[in-house]
Design a protein around this ligand. Structure first.
Ligand SMILES: NC(=O)c1ccc[n+]([C@@H]2O[C@H](COP(=O)([O-])OP(=O)(O)OC[C@H]3O[C@@H](n4cnc5c(N)ncnc54)[C@H](OP(=O)(O)O)[C@@H]3O)[C@@H](O)[C@H]2O)c1
Length: 340
């Protein structure tokens, strides 16, 4: 029997971000997580956001919230260029951190964030709600059981239409771009499935007037034999899909963050090498992604790494190294080796 949580994890949110609304809504009523505060650079904005979202405490600066010793952890949904600075400040203030993807602006910052986590004995992890979804846990189980044999190829994509309207994702100075934003998802999925550190990449991109990549496709090579192709875009219809092909079958998944009747929580598997073999649809439980991720973060803080379904520090390090390498390759057209 599951025991009742000892006490909810008190989380403060850095920034009155759009995505913080979804985070707060999904975790409302949780017995594991209490989102008790939001900090904004502007006190009036913080107060209005807290009133609108039913949050008890507002802070007029990020520093003030980090100085509050009653807050145990922070959720960091700031623009990508601020993830490292504020996650490190939070860790130095003794807070655990659930940091939005992409974890940082680059792999150098990523290392500094994990160094700060180690120095302060706190958990600093990257937010990928799909990783805590029952369908992703089922996918990982099928791959462990070798249900499609040995994985050889992965194709993973994520894209959506993003109007050019001042969104942080179009701004190179805020570490925007399709690869950083949408592309971090397929890169993370590919790293999870391959289960080892990538060695080299090759990429092509089309760029927006602001200078960030608008659409990018890339290849990623792994030493154990897996080869992966990823794509991401701000200029397509909304899509999110992965095909994992082994030497004895294949699996399709949408690796959704949120699953529901409209976004079905299932994995489609063909346990055969034949074209016309039947596809089995494995139904999984539906779950709001931020809810399962937030509660998994509670379990991590209270019980340690064994219970964490999300990206480990080594995976996050590799995701950021891969993003750095894909971005460099898309700029100069060459194959880029990844140095670990
Ligand atoms: N996991 C997911 O599925 C998912 C989905 C969406 C977004 N995200 C991630 O969450 C983060 C935020 O995305 P969002 O769409 O919610 O962004 P957003 O609405 O633009 O919010 C970002 C917040 O950062 C603060 N900020 C601090 N300095 C800023 C600056 N120079 N320019 C703009 N904002 C600044 C602002 O809060 P104050 O003004 O209150 O200080 C702002 O509200 C990104 O890293 C993104 O990748 C993840």
């Amino acid at each position: 029997m599951m025991s009742a949580p000892e006490k909810p994890l008190r989380i403060g949110v850095l920034g009155a971000a759009n995505i913080a609304r979804a985070f707060i809504t999904a975790l409302r009523g949780s017995t594991k997580v209490d989102i008790c505060a939001v900090a904004s650079r502007n006190a009036e904005k913080a107060a209005a956001f807290c009133k609108e979202n039913g949050i008890a405490h507002s802070f007029g600066s990020y520093e003030a919230m980090l100085a509050d010793s009653s807050i145990e952890a922070v959720y960091n949904p700031l623009p990508n260029n601020l993830h490292a600075e504020w996650s490190i400040k939070a860790a130095n203030a003794g807070k655990h951190v659930l940091c939005e993807k992409p974890f940082a602006a680059n792999s150098v910052e990523t290392k500094a964030m994990f160094d700060a986590a180690a120095a302060n004995k706190v958990y600093v992890v990257e937010a990928y709600p799909y990783r805590a979804q029952p369908q992703t846990i089922k996918l990982a189980e099928l791959l462990r059981e070798r249900a499609i044999g040995k994985v050889q190829l992965i194709q993973a994509s994520f894209g959506f239409p993003l109007p050019v309207n001042g969104n942080i994702r179009w701004d190179p100075s805020l570490a925007g771009g399709a690869l950083m934003d949408a592309g971090s998802y397929p890169v993370s999925l590919v790293r999870m499935i391959a289960g080892e550190r990538p060695t080299r990449v090759h990429a092509m991109a089309r760029f927006a007037d602001s200078g960030v990549d608008r659409t990018l496709i890339g290849s990623i090579d792994f030493p154990g034999g897996v080869m992966a192709q990823i794509s991401c875009s701000f200029g397509t219809a909304r899509h999110r899909h992965a095909m994992i092909i082994g030497d004895a079958g294949s699996i399709e998944t949408a690796y959704y963050n949120d699953t529901s009747d409209k976004l079905p929580p299932h994995v489609i598997i063909k346990r055969s090498i034949a074209f016309d073999a039947p596809r089995e649809i494995i139904e999984c439980a539906a779950a709001p992604g931020f809810r399962v991720q937030g509660e998994a973060f509670y379990d991590l803080v209270r019980d340690g790494w064994a219970s964490w379904p999300g990206a480990t520090p080594e995976e996050t390090t590799d995701i950021m190294l891969t993003i750095d390498a894909l971005a460099a390759s898309a700029r100069d057209g060459k194959v880029v080796a990844i140095q670990h």
